[in-house]
Design a binder for this molecule. Sequence first.
Ligand code: T4K
Length: 371
Amino acid sequence: MDQDNAIYVTKPYLPPIEEYVQYLDEIWKNGILTNNGPIHRQLEKALQTRFGWKNTSLFTNGHLALEAALKVMDLKKGGEIITTPYTFVSTVAAIVNQGFEPVFCDIGDNCTIDPNQIEYLITEKTVAILPVHVYGFPCDTERIEKIANDHKLKVLYDAAHAIGVKYKGEDISSYGDISMFSFHATKLFNTIEGGALVFKNAELKSLIDLHKNFGISGQESIELVGMNAKMNEFQAAMGMLLLRYFDFMIKQRKTVYDRYLHNLEGVGSLEVLRKNDDTKYNYAYMPVLFKTGRDRVFSCLEKENIFARKYFSPSISKVESYKRYLRGNSLIKAETAAEQIITLPIYPELTTTQVDIICEIIIDAMYEGGR
Ligand code: T4K
């Protein structure tokens, strides 16, 4: 690939510009740019209808949505939250920023948190579990729910990657107390930046909405110490449009995903990570573990202007600022996966020819290293 045709790990799908301009016209007419405007309200409803989401609140990004969730869950400050180190740093930063202690639990199948390890980490200070449906692969939600019920813990799912995923016939948001979805430009469904909380308890709706708007409940009333985390109308307009294209985007991604599987399955010393059974997947990422030679493959791709990523490397347990939270339990699976992972390019416009070229480079790089 020459530089002009470089391929990145993702490329946002953009709707026809004329369709966005129609929304711009509407925004210009309304004169409302943000603060729970009409398009924001439309998108909240449209997402609920499309995905069967229960109570929903939109945010300007996924990270602030996570922080807001931690604020409203009525958790004892300073408490411990069991989470995974195999995630984007946002997950753990949210825990620390909100005054809790992250406790890292190793991963199991599909790089999601290992329920077998969770119970060993529970102490009298544990207040919640924050698992991540990493790459859109559902966690073992049933085991996690049982542990949470047995120990009276809350469950907040980081579902940043999991929009549109169904597990055992249910939308992924139906598991846990609250789920956070990210609509960042790099996600399969984007609102430029953006995110949402979806939650079981309807009473939380007004509290969450207060928190994301400084705690303001009226012109002269401020009910609590809040934040500013509202989605604006330009973001919401992008979301309304991309909802029209959601099925198309998934279909295109599936074609790319299937081509990778066809080309890479059975190639020695690599493992294409797969969804668990009972999952209707969204093809959010194309994660591959290279048991040997990961960095050689990565740099061979880079030389050809193919910019894959090592999501999620390093394991957060290896990051200096977070090492103080280590408890001495083994995180070997997370740390090994972080050293072996490459997330390959996947997005609707990627062609099967491009996938074939990427796979050829990968296989050649592996042969060079003697496989
Ligand atoms: N929890 C989890 C598990 C998450 O993965 C994330 C975010 C969050 C929480 C927090 O949600 P948000 O607050 O972000 O809504 C990216 C994203 O910024 C981040 O949203 C995402 N996870 C993370 C996995 O990936 P970077 O630093 O890798 O992004 P960047 O700018 O290097 O972009 C990657 C590639 O995408 C670029 O090489 C080119 C392409 N790209 C990127 C942008 C921004 C485009 O083609 N167009 C674009 O507009 O973090």
